[in-house]
Design a protein around this ligand. Sequence first.
Ligand SMILES: [Ca+2]
Ligand SMILES: [Ca+2]
Length: 374
Amino acid sequence: MPSPFDEMRTRGSAVSMFLASLGLVSFAAAQPVLPAAPQEPPAGMIWVPAGEFTMGSDRPEARPDERPAHRVRVDGFWIDATEVTNKQFAAFVEATGYVTTAERKPDWEELKKQVPPGTPKPPDEVLVAGSLVFTPPARAVDLRDFSQWWSWTPGADWRHPQGPESSIDDMEDYPVVHVSWEDANAYCRWAGRRLPSEAEWERAARLGHDAEQYAWGTELTPGGTHMANIWQGAFPYRNTQEDGYVGAAPVGSFPPNEIGLYDMAGNVWEWTSDRFRTDTYAERAKRIKPGGFADNPAGSAETADPRNPWAGDSRVQRGGSFLCHASYCESYRPSARMATPPDTGLSHLGFRTVRTPEMAAHEDAPDQPTEQGR
Ligand SMILES: [Ca+2]
Ligand SMILES: [Ca+2]
């Protein structure tokens, strides 16, 4: 089985052999070591070394937007070991008084730009603060019609994930949900972080298992171990919860990946910074020279999202969620992509953050203007 260190072993072999010939190192004693992070890691974050990997997939189960597989290189960065939790998001709201998108009354002037021209304005009692909540139907339904299991729920927001009667009491360590892309970015600005690009996210998820089907290898449940909080049974009406959870789980409830990141498959979807287009990879691959790679790709300049054809913007999520099942999307695969307009929250959608040495250096420099000072 390949490991995250294979790349380093290969690259380091010539130097190692030279040093061994001088008696300075012993192969028997040598331990594979990832390149060191440039500074002490920020609390709760893991260093992802710069490097190349295979992004996307040409495997049979890959959907058109995951194709073709292509080589990508990203710079090093730190990434949260877990999804951002309710406790962490509460600290941000406490400090800033921030009000999330789901807690604000929708603006029809904005909404109507995202629906077919001529769509009548909904009645005022419908145009209230709320969010989309997964509501399982009683029986099998047409899997092409996601309105069968998503309900616009007035009063649903990050503090009330199932609607106004629900709460997050005793859920401090659960991933925050019902956060829009705009909310996630507001949190990042406050925390001195940013969202990962799609490429950064996939590099972090796959490290050590390049081009394999799952972030941990080739079997969904190796040795019978559930590696991710996903859906067992029949989607979307019967969840046998063999992995122990019908909905979200506290972060870190399942085994980490090779570099110590939790829930990079399943639990809740995670926002990235990239705009979505179905043909992002097809267009990118055309520009990669033979033997070359795309360097720190940042997504498409414009959105083209067939799931939300009227939306002027749509941002990528990664990793799948507790709703993912092989019969529907298998989106717990590290190459799987989903997209949602940036003003939308969902009960299975959260995020994690990244930080780079450049961001840290900028903050540490005493003579740099502050955000407010510019
Ligand atoms: Ca589950
Ligand atoms: Ca996740």
